[in-house]
Structures are given as structure tokens and as C-alpha cells.
Design a protein around this ligand. Structure first.
Ligand SMILES: [Fe+2]
Length: 472
């Protein structure tokens, strides 16, 4: 890791176990409900809780404990620990409908007592009065309690599949299966295997990147909601295209592909209902999501045999070229590899579907990248990317000035706005007759132009029928 890049945060020691805070709160609550207020056991437990809270607040301005499906999270990051041993303390608060306790700097010992008292008397009824104002009336201004609101996803307008459907290029299908296995391994708490990762990187570089059918499936709009492993495979392929475009050598390309493949591995530790939440995230959910960068870096730094850039890219890929973004690393500018992955990551995310939005067409996605160039993204890398994929990437479905619908099956390097096409119907099926969009009539005028990119009706077209795995 470079000198300018701080090491990812480490797991706090046992004395900073957030479960101890929950346990102390729970027993103080019970004592207050059982004994008269001046009882020495209450005073002792209150001081114990106060000491614990202050210990935490020495590390930062706030102590944020969230419980999600029995998993205790400290400042947005899963603390791990023995779930069964923690269950009693966790359940006592969850049963009240309280899943979060956030305590800020400046908290007074009396606020801790008032909160525990409030929890004893608390009835989880929808009084219309917010928890915040109920606590404020008791003089509590540095502690927030919150209920974890289960996501109501019934309003979803469209359920996108989680992975591509229909025939896939065999190498691409193999890489997706291997990536899924790799992500599942980490999600289930087992160690990442560097040898499997190496094999996958080779598969991506030597087979997937050489298949136009696979590239077509990656570059065109993706009518599925790919949140982790598919996204990662796709981002690694897009990063590779950028790397080749800017002339990286084979060693650097391998580093880039590995880093891009694992850049979001930290998301395996974030609850899926937060990752898939439609719409804006609440502040604590956002913090939790942002922790996938440090979480990923921690996982990768602990995995022997990976290339040195891999944890750095996981840490930095949401940071901008101006040194903003997350995690906060001061004004450090991200490494060029992280900057490449940032461009590929954004293109891949917006050309894919989300529960709350249809995929963005490639030409619009290029415009989004152009708008971010210079502010968030490196302008030269955005330019290289758009040059590499062109305005109408392989696999895109387009409409011509002759009202034909066609799939882009080849790029004319001297004339990227007039690519090679295969004619299809609106569903993306054959006959597949080839036309060269750059052809001109006897007067020298183009026979046709592309008017726009269109979204295929129904499932994505079967790319294998147009490319047959031919080399790029
Ligand atoms: Fe990410």
C-alpha cells in the first residue's frame, strides 16, 4: 500500500465491543424498573455504562450501534462476535422495536439514565410523536434511538433478474459462475482463495475479453439487476478495455483486472436490504454502504497472494480526482488504477437495471461520464473509455435513418459513429443480415446514419447468434 494511503481501520478490541454497551443499557433499564431510583446498583450500572460510552467516544465524535437481523454493527460495520452469546442483550432492545442507539460527543451521564428510563416505560406505539422529541422532553439531546424500518418493496414496478438471462458466451458464463462462487465464499465468512482469483483473472483476460459476444453483453444495456458478482466481472472487463486503450502493459492489466474484480467485495458484508434499497438511503444506511470500501480493503489486505493494488482500489474507488468522496483519506488523490475502476464502475452501474430505474442507454451513460469528467472522474480516462467503447458499443441495439433496428456487431475504427450492423426485429431476433453503416451512395453521402440507441423489448438479444464468440 502506498505511503499516502492509510491502512484500513481495524476491528476494535474487546473492550470496545458494542454489545457491552447494549448489555449495560439493557440491565440499567431493568434495574430502573425494579429498584427505587437511589439504589446503589443503579448508580453502579450507570457509571459502568458511562465509562463504556466514554471509551468509545475517545475514538470519534459519535458511537453508533445498529442491530440488523441480529448482527451488531458498530459505526456501520459488522462487529462479528458470538451471535448466540449476544442474543439476549440484542433481543431485549429489538423486542421494544429499537434497533439503533447513536450517542454523540457531549453526552451527560444523566442523559444515559433518562434514556434507560425512557426505554423501561417505552411502548412501541405509533403515537405520532417522534422518538427524538420524546427524548428531548426528557433532556436527552445527545442520544438518538431508532427503529429499523423494514423495506416495503411491494411498489417495485419491475422485478429485474439478478443475472443475465438467455444464452451466454461460454467463457463469460464460466467467469460469472466462478465470480459468484468467490463472492459467496467471502459472504459466508470463509477465506478468499487467491489461486481461484488468479484463475478467474486469466479467464477474463485471455478468453472473455477476446469474445465479442461477451463484450456485447457487457457493453450494451443490461436488463438485470447485478449488484455484486456480475457487476464485478463486468467492471473488470470495462477496466481492461480502458487499460488497453491507454497502453498499460500485460502485468499492469492483470493487476487492474484483479483489482476491478474485487473492488466491491466489501459489499458481501452489507445487508442485502440496504444494498438493494430502492431510493435514497438514510444517513446510517449510507454510512453502512460506504463502509464496503474499508471492509473490502480489510478483507483483501488479509488475503495472501493477491496483487498489491487490489486492496488500494477497493479502498479508493469511490474517491474523486479532487480528493473528495469516501472513505475520508484527507485530500489524497486516488491511484490511477482506482481512477480507471471508478469510470468503469459508474458506466456499468448506470447501464444496468435497478429496482427503481430502467437501465440507461450507453450513449446517455457516456454523457453522464462526460459530465463527471474533471470533477469526480479523470477526464483523460473518461475520454479513453468513450474512445474504446465508442458511442454505440458492441451489442447495442440501434435504429437507423431507414427505420431499421439493428445490433452493433463491429466497430469501424476510422468511423466509430457508423459501425457494422446486424438487422433484427424489435425483440432483437434475426434475420441478422449484415450492413455496413459507413457505406456511401454514388454521391458520396452516407446511405444511413444511426438515429438513436433503443432498449430491446423483452429479454436482451442473444449475442451469441451475432458474434459466435469471434475474437475482438
Ligand atoms: Fe463500490
Amino acid at each position: 500500500m502506498s505511503a499516502s494511503t492509510p491502512a484500513p481501520s481495524t476491528t476494535p478490541g474487546p473492550s470496545l465491543d458494542p454489545v457491552n454497551v447494549l448489555k449495560a443499557f439493557a440491565s440499567l433499564r431493568r434495574l430502573l424498573g425494579t429498584y427505587p431510583s437511589g439504589h446503589p446498583m443503579i448508580a453502579q450500572k450507570l457509571h459502568e455504562l458511562d465509562d463504556l460510552v466514554r471509551l468509545h467516544l475517545r475514538r470519534g465524535p459519535a458511537l453508533e450501534i445498529d442491530v440488523i437481523d441480529g448482527d451488531v454493527r458498530l459505526d456501520g460495520v459488522s462487529f462479528g462476535g458470538d451471535r448466540q452469546a449476544n442474543a439476549q442483550a440484542v433481543r431485549e432492545l429489538s423486542d421494544l422495536g429499537i434497533d439503533s442507539i447513536h450517542i454523540r460527543e457531549g453526552v451527560e451521564i444523566e442523559e444515559l439514565r433518562a434514556t434507560a428510563e425512557f426505554l423501561w416505560q417505552f411502548k412501541d406505539t405509533a403515537s405520532g410523536d417522534s422518538l427524538e422529541s420524546q427524548l428531548a422532553r426528557r433532556g436527552v439531546h445527545h442520544i438518538s434511538l431508532a427503529r429499523l424500518v423494514r423495506l416495503d418493496t411491494r411498489w417495485r414496478s419491475h422485478q429485474w433478474p439478478d443475472a443475465p438471462t438467455g444464452p451466454l458466451d461460454p467463457a463469460y458464463a464460466e467467469s460469472l459462475a466462478l465470480a459468484e462462487q468467490t463472492f459467496d465464499t467471502v459472504a459466508s465468512g470463509r477465506k478468499l482463495d487467491a489461486m481461484t482469483v488468479r484463475g478467474l483473472v486469466e479467464l477474463l483476460i485471455y478468453r472473455v475479453a477476446r469474445s465479442n459476444a461477451a463484450l456485447g453483453q457487457i457493453l450494451a444495456v443490461k436488463q438485470y439487476e447485478n449488484l455484486t458478482y456480475c457487476h464485478s466481472v463486468n467492471v473488470s472487463m470495462l477496466s481492461l478495455l480502458i487499460g488497453k486503450q491507454i497502453g498499460l502493459d500485460d502485468g499492469a492489466i492483470a493487476s487492474l483486472v484483479e483489482a476491478a474484480l474485487l473492488h466491491d467485495i466489501g459489499k458481501t458484508k452489507i445487508p442485502l436490504d440496504v444494498v438493494k434499497k430502492p431510493g435514497a438511503l438514510e444517513k446510517r444506511e449510507r454510512k453502512m454502504m460506504e463502509a464496503h470500501t474499508t471492509f473490502g480493503a480489510e478483507i483483501l489486505v488479509q488475503t495472501e497472494g493477491l496483487r498489491p493494488m487490489t486492496p488500494i482500489v477497493a479502498l479508493e474507488h469511490h474517491r474523486s480526482v479532487k480528493g473528495t468522496g469516501y472513505p475520508d483519506l484527507g485530500d489524497a488523490i486516488p491511484h490511477i488504477m482506482s481512477q480507471i475502476v471508478s469510470v468503469a464502475d459508474i458506466y456499468e452501474a448506470i447501464t444496468g437495471a435497478r429496482t427503481y430505474q430502467a437501465p440507461t442507454l450507453p450513449e446517455r451513460a457516456c454523457l453522464v461520464l462526460a459530465r463527471l469528467a474533471g470533477e469526480k472522474l479523470n477526464s483523460a480516462i473518461v475520454k479513453a473509455f468513450v474512445n474504446a467503447i465508442t458511442f454505440f458499443p458492441l451489442g447495442s441495439m440501434v435504429r437507423t435513418t431507414r427505420d431499421e433496428i439493428a445490433i452493433v456487431v463491429g466497430i469501424n475504427p476510422c468511423d466509430p459513429l457508423h459501425p457494422q450492423l446486424a438487422l433484427v426485429n424489435a425483440s432483437g431476433d434475426g434475420p441478422g443480415n449484415r450492413i455496413d453503416c459507413s457505406a456511401r451512395d454514388l454521391t458520396g453521402a452516407y446511405e444511413r446514419h444511426i438515429v438513436e440507441t433503443v432498449l430491446p423489448q423483452g429479454n436482451a438479444p442473444d449475442m451469441t447468434q451475432f458474434f459466435g464468440g469471434s475474437p475482438a
